[in-house]
Design a protein around this ligand. Structure first.
Ligand code: ATR
Length: 474
């Protein structure tokens, strides 16, 4: 089989693939480019050929032949059937030791299946999370590659070169075997859902409590961006809230319909958490909040019909209220991340991935949507204790939440009294109180289970499993 001079190849040159190819070329790599419809490949080379060295190829055979060995092929097509079709076309052209990188948004069980199939043929299959959207793909995304550790030896340096950097450190590391990379990307997206919902609830509270305009709330978020909350999402929230709609001259957010959509990674995260039995209540509530917002018939039936029974909300001290909401937002955010990292730990144990959670926080510091200063604190927590059972129990986070817990309670209580829906704030506080409880009412649940189903129970005073004869109790 012929070999060429390209160090990497990209097939699938829609927006993401095109930008990844340009990013490789801009970093000095010779990039073979291919697209099913060759016109897309030609336009990439015509528009951006001056950015580096591209090897244009019109057929899959030419594309593969243009690559030096071990070949590194980045597949950037739609998840699902398109990815399988491209892999099926590629595999017969490759040789043992070659590396196929799926940089699309595959669901991790598909990645596990594909990795096992390619491993049988002596090929490396690297399911890779790429976060940061179009802009990230071009200028430096956060990259989460799975697959064999061996594949990372030759692939890793190239991916690290094109990734975002924070303090000179690449936002890319080997995550773990087979589907670990796509799994971590999925949880990243779930955390993103929670982060966005928490920010939206804070906005709603400031609007309801203060009667503040979008622009005024935008100023609050801009101020928050210089503290613990400093992050890409808080920063863009400040900008979005201050944006004026060109057509109407109104605040932009006031003309946007209040129905959120989703592509499905939040749903996957929640489904997997149910499978693993990990309570990721923040992510789940965020996912359901989007579903509720889009439940038009239910909302139409309830609006103006279900009684609210609330009084007007006149916050006496706006400055103190804003500070309470800030603290409640930060504490709820810590809970959402703590839960997401629990899910990573559980999956890592289930699938034998040995994922370094501190390293995940490190590669999310730049390039991706949840990039934030606060992620350094998470990395440090896992450096202090790699086996940390609960992020909230790390001394830094315990102290950070302790500082805000009274404010958090005031905010959630006020939201309930005044009828402002705060599913993520409220469920995060309930999780906090649940996980720290001396004794939960699960004793009663277990007793009920023994009563009707002889499911047995354990005792507080003796080891072993017990069943009570309940026949005399009814
Ligand atoms: P976008 O929505 O950003 O345009 P996309 O639809 O997610 O991108 O991805 C489309 C990419 O997947 C294109 O490169 C597309 O090839 P064409 O330009 O020829 O349409 C590629 N693609 C989709 N299905 C494919 C298949 N079965 N085989 C090969 N490539 C495929």
């Amino acid at each position: 089989t012929t070999t060429g001079t390209a160090q990497i190849g990209v097939t699938g040159l829609a927006v993401m693939g095109r930008n990844l190819a340009r990013n490789f070329a801009r970093h000095g790599y010779t990039v073979a480019v291919h697209n099913r419809t060759a016109a897309r490949m030609r336009s990439l080379v015509a528009d951006h050929g001056d950015e580096g060295t591209f090897v244009p190829t019109e057929t899959m055979a030419d594309f593969v032949a243009a690559l030096e060995r071990p070949r590194k092929v980045v597949v950037m097509v739609q998840a699902g059937a398109a990815t399988d079709a491209v892999i099926d076309e590629l595999v017969p052209l490759l040789e043992a030791g070659d590396i196929v990188v799926d940089a699309g948004n595959a669901h991790f069980p598909d990645t596990r299946r594909r990795e096992a199939a390619l491993r049988e043929k002596g090929l490396h299959f690297v399911g890779t999370g790429v976060s940061g959207g179009e802009e990230g793909a071009l200028n430096g995304p956060s990259i989460m590659p799975g697959g064999t550790r061996e594949s990372y030896e030759s692939l890793g340096p190239i991916l690290e070169a094109i990734s975002a950097k924070v303090d000179g450190v690449p936002c890319c590391t080997w995550v773990g075997p087979d589907g670990a990379g796509h799994f971590v990307k999925m949880v990243h997206n779930g955390i993103e859902y929670a982060d966005m919902q928490l920010i939206a609830e804070a906005y709603d509270l400031l609007k309801a409590g203060l009667g503040a305009s979008a622009a005024e709330i935008g100023e609050v978020f801009a101020a928050w961006n210089s503290g613990d909350l400093e992050s890409f999402l808080i920063e863009i929230t400040a900008d979005v809230l201050q944006h004026v709609d060109a057509a109407t001259g109104k605040a932009f957010v006031d003309v946007v319909a209040d129905a959120a959509e989703q592509k499905g990674t939040g749903r996957w995260t929640v489904q997997n958490a149910l499978d693993l039995g990990v309570p990721i209540t923040g992510i789940a509530e965020a996912t359901f909040a989007r579903a509720l917002s889009g439940s038009a018939p239910q909302r139409a039936a309830a609006r103006g019909v279900l009684p609210a029974d609330v009084q007007a909300w006149n916050v006496p001290d706006p400055g103190a209220f804003i500070e309470d909401v800030r603290k409640a937002l930060f504490a709820s955010k810590v809970v959402a991340y703590s839960q997401g990292f629990d899910q990573i730990a559980a999956a890592s144990a289930e699938f034998g991935w040995a994922i370094d959670r501190g390293a995940m926080a490190r590669i999310w510091r730049g390039g991706c949507i949840i990039r934030a200063k606060f992620l350094d604190r998470i990395t440090q927590a896992y450096e202090r204790d790699a086996q940390l059972p609960l992020l909230l129990a790390d001394p830094y986070f315990t102290a950070a939440v302790a500082d805000g817990v009274a404010a958090w309670r005031r905010v959630v209580a006020a939201a309930a009294v005044h009828g402002v829906p705060t599913p993520a704030f409220s469920s995060s506080l309930a999780y906090y109180d649940g996980v720290r409880a001396e004794r939960l009412p699960a004793n009663l649940v277990q007793a009920q289970r023994d009563f009707f189903g002889a499911h047995t129970y354990r005792r507080t005073d003796r080891d072993g499993s017990f069943h009570t004869d309940w026949s005399g109790d009814r």
